[in-house]
Design a protein around this ligand. Structure first.
Ligand code: G3P
Length: 224
C-alpha cells in the first residue's frame, strides 16, 4: 500500500518528502483554504514540483458536467502529475466519463458507498476516495466500505485504485492496508504518529546508556 499525504501545507510536504515514504499528495478546498494561500494554481504547481507522484487537486465549479470538465481541463494543465479530484454526483460522473475519454486522470472523491465506487470504476476514474473517518463519525463502519470496494474491484479487475481517505489515526492506516487499499492518504500528524513509538525511544535511551557504561569501563581499564 502506498502512502499519500493529505495536506496543502508546504512545510509538511517538504518534511515528508525528505523521509522518502510519501508517493503522492491529496488536497481538497478545505485544506487549501486552511493555508490561506491566495493562488490555488500556484499552490498546486508548487506541490507538484516537490512530489513527483500524483497530486490530487479538486475542481471548484460543480454546477454542471460541462462546467466540471472545463475546470478539470484547466486544473489538469497545471502540471503533468496533477490528478483532478471530482465529487461523486451525477454531474461528476458525467464529467469524469468525458475526461477519461480525453485521457485526463480523475480521483472521484466524497465516496461513502460501494455503489458510488462501482460507478467511479465504470466511468474510468484513476482513483476513488472512500472517506473512512467521516463514515465512522456518522456511525458506519468506514473500513468495511473500503474492504467491499477492494473486493468488487478485484472480482471484476477494475484498474481504478482505492485511496483510503479521511484517515484519522494510525490504526486506520493498518486497517486500510489489511483491507487491501492501494493507497492511504494521511494527514501529517498521522504520518508522525506512524513513525513514533514510545518503546523505540526507551530502546534508544537504554542502548546509549549501556554503551556509555561499556565505554567508561574500557577507558578506565586502558588508563591502568
Ligand atoms: O482526503 C479526504 C480528507 O481530506 C478528509 O478528511 O478528516 O476532513 O474527514 P477529514
Amino acid at each position: 500500500m502506498l502512502i499519500f499525504l493529505d495536506t496543502a501545507n508546504m512545510e509538511e510536504i517538504r518534511q515528508a518528502a525528505r523521509l522518502g515514504v510519501v508517493s503522492g499528495i491529496t488536497t481538497n478546498p478545505s485544506l487549501v483554504a486552511k493555508e490561506r494561500a491566495g493562488d490555488y494554481r500556484a499552490v498546486v504547481r508548487e506541490i507538484a514540483s516537490i512530489i513527483p507522484g500524483p497530486i490530487s487537486a479538486e475542481v471548484l465549479n460543480l454546477e454542471t458536467a460541462q462546467g466540471i470538465v472545463r475546470d478539470a481541463r484547466e486544473v489538469a494543465s497545471w502540471a503533468p502529475n496533477v490528478v483532478v479530484k471530482i465529487p461523486i454526483t451525477a454531474a461528476g460522473l458525467e464529467a469524469a466519463s468525458a475526461l477519461a475519454r480525453e485521457g485526463v486522470r480523475t480521483n472521484l472523491t466524497l465516496c461513502f458507498s460501494a455503489n458510488q465506487a462501482l460507478l467511479a470504476a465504470r466511468v474510468g476514474a484513476a482513483y476513488v476516495s472512500p472517506f473512512v473517518g467521516r463514515l465512522d463519525d456518522a456511525g458506519h463502519d468506514g473500513m468495511a466500505v473500503v474492504a467491499d470496494i477492494v473486493e468488487i474491484y478485484k472480482r471484476y479487475s477494475f484498474p481504478t485504485q482505492v485511496i483510503a481517505a479521511s484517515i484519522r489515526h494510525p490504526m486506520h492506516c493498518v486497517a486500510a492496508a489489511k483491507a487491501g487499499a492501494d493507497i492511504s492518504t494521511v494527514p501529517y500528524k498521522v504520518l508522525r504518529q506512524m513513525i513514533e513509538h514510545p518503546l523505540t525511544d526507551v530502546g534508544i535511551a537504554r542502548f546509549a546508556q549501556d554503551w556509555e557504561q561499556v565505554s567508561a569501563a574500557l577507558a578506565s581499564r586502558a588508563a591502568l
